[in-house]
Design a protein around this ligand. Sequence first.
Ligand SMILES: [Zn+2]
Ligand SMILES: [Zn+2]
Length: 275
Amino acid sequence: MIGMFNRLLGYAHRLMAPEKENCLTCGKTGSFTRELPNVCHACRSRIPWIANVRCLRCGRGIGCPDCSRVDLDERSFVLNRSAVTYTEQMREWLAQYKYRGNEGYANVLIAMLVRAYAQLHREANHGTRDQHRQWNIHAVTSVPVSDERLRERGFNQAEVLAQGLAARMQLPYVRLLVRNRHTDKQSFKSRMDRLRDMQNVFGVMPEAPGTLDQIVRMRVKESVDERGQTPLCLLLIDDIYTTGSTINACAAVLKRYEVQLGWPIEIYSLTWARS
Ligand SMILES: [Zn+2]
Ligand SMILES: [Zn+2]
């Protein structure tokens, strides 16, 4: 009788106890946080979160010479925010996810983006008490990869992150952009070369104008009151922000539809890492 009771107790205990899991990044068993379920406390404490944005435009955690240029007004996006600084450790995490197909990292990276999105939302609505004046994203989209890259890699790393974030935030995810060709690494090029490279790299999908029109009708117009027009706010997702030329090229392509749409479009960018 006692033996059976102990067995039952043992069974109940196993049901209640959290499963011992190994940390995705260091492999040790340890205690885990609710926010990042696969990452142990020790590894989590080493994540280089960008807590204090120094450059309000591109979201850098350090002083930023890039954005103090006069050509700022040529930018087609409002701002970028990133979850983390692109350190050696973060480079390894991204490589695991992007090139080695380690699926466990997708959820971790998405959870990190969710945190950055919440921070952006707080920042954008800082001091806004008026419900009608609240800053809101109406739809999430992502930077596309070329067909060639898609075949190689089997997935679009930015789209997986964007879809995950959209699902967690209960926002619609929409496909809007196509990438006509692949570009080489941008960070080693001069600014002029980058700009030249980016010309006609991105285009819109044939369905994009219809999709944008639908979002405006379903999600934007309903939130507009008599005091004015709310722009269509799109959140553009990518894994990494380096020079901003990719985000800017995508945003420029989308902005061209303002006239056809008869509605202003604002593009905000959220990237997992800021290099
Ligand atoms: Zn760990
Ligand atoms: Zn900047």
